[in-house]
Design a protein around this ligand. Structure first.
Ligand code: PLP
Length: 258
């Protein structure tokens, strides 16, 4: 069985974060090893607190794991603050062969901040080491310093984000107002791919971004090329959204397996 390294935050609701990542990897029949960057106190409606473990403990988790287990692919989610990002940056500097799928988590669907504002520059620096970066529209606007209203804007933003140094860029357009969700992938050769899903109207979902990045990382770990990994992940998201679960009073959570 192939394995995947997941570095992310905990979401006790199980809708997003490392819990969504593990379920997604398992649904893809991939073993996952996990390093936790932050604990959130969270339900389907809000994040009420964040606890960030000391950086030297994060370093211990990574060093102990990597001294024993080898990985070809890693998925990185919530990083919370500058110190954590710098530790993760250092880890990938020491392990440059691991393909990094970076979900640049900034704000939850609930509107709660998951990344300290002053950490943005460090996140941009980490983007240099990404094999794939997967911002949503809001994150893409912040990373590219461009306003996004149209598909053409998304393409321009993707090019700007690639200039930060990320090899491949996938912008998730779920938040753009239209009948379809068109995710735009810009690959390292400069080719654009549009990957479209039907939009499920008037419903909020929690954990879509984490799940998509983990599904792509799982497919990469299985050895699929990038475009195929992304298309397959989109199909997985479509199915997980169609069968989403209402477990609380807030956003629905994806059904990661059936
Ligand atoms: N909580 C954690 C720990 C996360 O990593 C993320 C997103 O990556 C979220 C919450 C937010 O998920 P969503 O924006 O889908 O609500």
């Amino acid at each position: 069985m192939k394995n995947l390294l997941i570095i992310a935050g905990s979401d006790p609701s199980g809708g997003a974060g490392i819990q969504a990542d593990i379920k997604t990897a398992t649904a893809h029949k991939i073993h996952s090893s996990c390093v936790i960057t932050a604990l959130t106190a969270q339900n389907t409606q809000k994040v009420s607190a964040i606890h960030i473990p000391p950086t030297d403990f994060l370093q211990k988790q990574l060093a102990t794991l990597i001294s024993d287990v080898k990985f070809k692919v890693a998925k990185v989610g919530m990083l919370a603050n500058r110190e954590t990002i710098e530790e993760i940056d250092d880890f990938f500097a020491k392990n440059p062969k691991i393909k990094l799928v970076l979900d640049p988590v900034m704000v939850a669907t609930s509107g709660d901040l998951l990344l300290e504002k002053e950490a943005l520059e460090s996140l941009k620096k980490l983007a240099r080491k990404a094999y794939l970066i997967t911002p949503n529209i809001d994150e893409a606007q912040i990373l590219s310093a461009k306003t996004i209203k149209t598909t053409a804007d998304i393409k321009k933003a993707a090019q700007e984000i690639q200039k930060l140094g990320a090899k491949n860029v996938l912008i998730k357009a779920g938040h753009l107002n239209s009948a379809k969700i068109t995710n735009i992938l810009l690959d390292e050769k400069g080719n654009f791919y549009q990957i479209t899903n039907k939009k499920i109207q008037n419903q909020e979902f929690h954990g879509t971004g984490c799940t998509l990045a983990s599904a792509i990382a799982s497919n990469l770990a299985k050895g699929f090329p990038l475009v195929k990994s992304t298309r397959k992940a989109n199909k997985y998201i479509e199915k997980s959204l169609k069968n989403a679960l209402k477990i609380g009073f807030g956003a629905k959570v994806l059904r990661h397996f059936s």
